[in-house]
Write a protein that binds this ligand. Structure first.
Ligand code: NAG
Ligand code: NAG
Ligand code: NAG
Ligand code: NAG
Ligand code: NAG
Ligand code: NAG
Length: 507
């Protein structure tokens, strides 16, 4: 009861105080509920666990501690809870040092030893090693938590470095083969094997040409096909886990040919190095953020043209490179509530746009997850402008005489008559659910995120808190405060695109 009052109080009070004080921009958000424009994966939220040891330091800071896959404490209750909370969470094991990892299985030419600092070593480190005892623990942990495992294989094994940072020669598949054989013999489920890390294009540290890389991928595919021959499930092969370079990526797909690479993975670090003193303003710069659109659209073009059997994935996105920015990467300004996304946003993406002039308002809409209706995600990057919005169904608006968006055909005019806007349905849901995320005390570098004004903290029992919305009248304007991230659920937004999703499962 007390909590409900508090929530209601916040909702009623905040619009009054902001209207009196500052900069308010009014506008509307239009969404097309008739058809979806894209689908995301079931496990759209994913994470990487890296190899970096404790003594990996950048800019006088050594942030990795015991987070490497080789020393991470898998028995911490919170780790398991976090993975389970994000279910189905894909975890990729990979990162810069993966192309220096040997696996303690079969005949190893050198002893199985941990990474050590080494002058002249790739990224300043020696080769490292994954012990099979640890591999067992990792697989048991992933199995227990229901995580989906993508494992990044060493793609430099057997090659040698020539001038600059180009590595040549055939890949030696022996050690990878033995690891896969071991993994199968133990019955561990690997969703996908990834080949190499950041060796594409000019590479980071090292690079391999696309023709050689393609030849080796064909070899790896044959190994996977043979070894999983009589299995119900065959893991995907994904590559190259590197930065997009049109010529290199195009060539790779041409060389490997049909069906070899199941997903083409690329990395995004669009903030530059973690040492940049202007990181926060880069994070809030809509132009900079929008530049990734061009990379992804070129990637999609590459896939469409040379590898339609493949999918385009972001394999790693860290924001700022070289271990992130201290006091930035680990705070609100660089955060996003993956847990809310995972709970609310369904797979179908709807076209949504707003007519506000400011580029600082970012608008997304998906069919709601596991229920009827539509969920919006609105992000205000502005540090001063408040947005007051109304939400419109683009098709319903069309009925009011607004410009046509869909081509008229019998199908669309048929479904148009079935269109209705929230609240006009027989259903009596007259509220929407709002989740406003802001930093504590308005301090962008806070490590505490507020949900509807309340700090998101673990419960006394160490559980992840439940994420509760505030409800508000479906017809009232939506208030998006400066520097906030807001999820809005409209339980009875009558979007045919979303209804189709349910029908599919019925028939
Ligand atoms: C990492 O783990 C080791 C062994 O458990 C421990 O001695 C060390 O203090 C830990 N380091 C950090 C930074 O937590
Ligand atoms: C965990 O392992 C068991 C036994 O091999 C298997 O039946 C089950 O499907 C696995 N679960 C996951 C989520 O991998
Ligand atoms: C695969 O692993 C099994 C069990 O560990 C072993 O007996 C077999 O020799 C291995 N096969 C190959 C081809 O390495
Ligand atoms: C994407 O392709 C366009 C047109 O070919 C090109 O101008 C642009 O530089 C490319 N962007 C990236 C990031 O590859
Ligand atoms: C908003 O951001 C600008 C540019 O980063 C900064 O100069 C200004 O002080 C900020 N205003 C507030 C109210 O935080
Ligand atoms: C229109 C507007 O409010 N712009 C500001 C949004 O926030 C960024 C960064 O906080 C400022 O740089 C803009 O001036």
């Amino acid at each position: 009861m007390g909590l409900f009052h508090l929530a209601l109080f916040l909702y009623l009070v905040s619009p009054l105080s902001f209207v009196l004080s500052q900069d308010v921009e009014h506008g509307s958000v239009n969404v097309d509920g008739a058809q979806s424009i894209a689908d995301t994966d079931e496990n759209f939220i994913c994470a990487t666990i890296d190899w970096w040891p404790q003594d990996k330091c950048d800019y006088n800071n050594c942030p990795w501690g015991n987070t490497s896959i080789v020393n991470l404490d898998l028995s911490q209750p919170l780790l398991a809870k976090a993975i389970q909370g994000l279910k189905p969470l894909r975890i990729r094991i990979g990162g810069s040092l993966q192309d220096q990892v040997l696996y303690e299985v079969g005949y190893l030419k050198s002893p199985c030893q941990p990474f050590k600092k080494k002058n002249g070593g790739l990224f300043g480190f020696s080769n490292g090693c994954l012990q099979m005892e640890r591999w067992d623990e990792i697989n048991q942990f992933f199995n227990k938590t229901g995580a989906i495992l993508t494992f990044g294989l060493n793609a430099l094994n057997g090659r040698h470095k020539t001038k600059h940072s180009t590595w040549v020669g055939d890949w030696d598949p022996t050690n990878a083969h033995d690891l896969i054989n071991y993994t199968i013999s133990k019955g561990y489920n690997i969703d996908s094997w990834e080949f190499g890390n950041e060796l594409s294009g000019k590479g980071i540290g090292a690079n391999v040409g696309p023709i050689q890389y393609g030849k080796d991928l064909i070899k790896l595919k044959q190994i996977v096909n043979t070894m999983y021959d009589n299995h119900n499930f065959k893991p995907s092969l994904i590559a190259p886990g590197g930065f997009y370079d049109k010529d290199w990526f195009d060539k790779l797909l041409q060389v490997t040919g049909s069906g070899v690479v199941n997903a083409l993975t690329h990395h995004i670090y669009n903030l530059g190095p973690g040492s940049d003193v202007n990181l926060d303003s880069k994070i809030l710069d809509p132009d900079r953020l929008s530049k990734v659109e061009s990379v992804f659209s070129n990637m999609s073009e590459t896939v469409k043209k040379y590898g339609p059997w493949s999918n385009a994935w972001v394999g790693e996105a860290g924001g700022a490179y070289n271990s992130g920015g201290l006091g930035i990467s680990d705070t609100f300004v660089n955060s996003f509530c993956a847990l809310l996304w995972n709970q609310l946003m369904g797979k179908k993406v709807l076209s949504a746009s707003s007519d506000v002039f400011s580029p600082f308002l970012r608008t997304y809409a998906h069919c709601s997850k596991g229920r009827d209706g539509v969920t919006f995600l609105l992000i205000n990057l502005s540090n001063k402008t408040h947005f007051l919005l109304t939400i419109h169904d683009r098709e319903a608006k069309e009925d009011d005489g607004a410009k046509h968006i869909l081509k008229e055909n019998s199908f669309s005019s048929h479904i148009k008559s079935a269109f209705s806007w929230v609240g006009t349905k027989a259903s009596d849901v007259t509220f929407r659910e709002e989740y406003h995320l802001t930093p504590k005390d308005g301090y962008l570098r806070s490590q505490t995120m507020l949900l509807n004004g309340n700090p998101l903290e673990l419960t006394h029992a160490g559980e992840i808190p439940s994420l509760d919305p505030v409800k508000s009248d479906v017809h009232s304007p939506l208030h998006i405060a400066p520097l906030s991230i807001v999820f809005i659920v409209y339980p009875n937004f009558d979007a045919p695109a979303c209804a189709l999703e349910h029908k599919k499962t019925l028939f």
